[in-house]
Design a protein around this ligand. Structure first.
Ligand code: DX5
Ligand code: ZN
Length: 213
């Protein structure tokens, strides 16, 4: 299991130090939640902040776009140093164009979806992407309760990926802690995002280690 701490839960006044802390704590990726106050009610930070953090770590930047019209900002996030660019299926009328745009910039492509979105909208894109990001909370805020109702979606995605021999990884985002991570691991997740549980832990190194076991 790979662990991607979500910078949304860090102390924004010390973001540089916080990213170094996640690196030293054994994180596999750094998850960056980008919110525009339109696709989701919250506003977080933009490509300028991502760029300023890029030279603080060599860990891959996993950029989760919770923004309307993601195509418009893909270049900026690619230039800022994103390694994975994930957009929401509900945020664009043309997912294929968005996938192509990310690929042309040699970045890994992710698609995410709200808990209310049906998997039939996702399946056609699985062969074309590197990561499917399953939301286990309503996107917009950290610190929410894990939705067990989404576990069957992880299971169904896993079986579709395995039976079709696809390389797409399953990433799970929202309400991940020491208990819920066991559930998503059993369901087939490859990567877990964790914000509150890691940044509020006394020792992030120990917490990540425990999550990986
Ligand atoms: C929610 C974000 C998550 C969030 C997770 O919209 O996509 O990445 O930071 O935070 P926790 O782990 O606190 O649920
Ligand atoms: Zn996220």
């Amino acid at each position: 299991m790979k662990i991607a701490p979500s910078m949304l839960a860090c102390n924004f006044a010390e973001m540089g130090k916080e990213i170094i802390k996640t690196d030293k704590a054994g994180a596999d990726l750094v998850h960056m939640d980008i919110m525009d106050g339109h696709f989701v009610p919250n506003i977080s930070f933009g490509p300028g902040v991502v760029k300023s953090l890029r030279n603080m770590t060599s860990l891959p930047f996993d950029v989760h776009l919770m923004i309307s019209n993601p195509q418009k900002y893909i270049n900026e996030f690619a230039n800022a140093g994103a390694d994975i660019i994930t957009f929401h299926i509900e945020s664009t009328l043309n997912p294929i164009d968005t996938i192509k745009k990310i690929r042309l910039l040699n970045k890994n492509v992710g698609i995410s979806f709200r808990p209310s979105t049906d998997l039939t909208k996702i399946f056609p894109f699985l062969p074309l992407i590197d990561v499917i990001l399953v939301m286990t909370v309503e996107p917009g805020f950290g610190g929410q309760k894990f939705m067990t109702s989404q576990l069957t979606k992880i299971e169904k995605l896993k079986s579709a990926i395995t039976s079709n021999n696809l390389k797409c990884l399953i990433e799970v985002d929202g309400g991940i802690n020491f208990d819920t991570i066991k559930l998503v691991k059993n369901a087939g997740a490859d990567i877990c995002v964790a914000g509150t549980s890691l940044f509020k832990s006394d020792n992030m190194y120990d917490a990540i280690k425990k999550m990986k076991t």
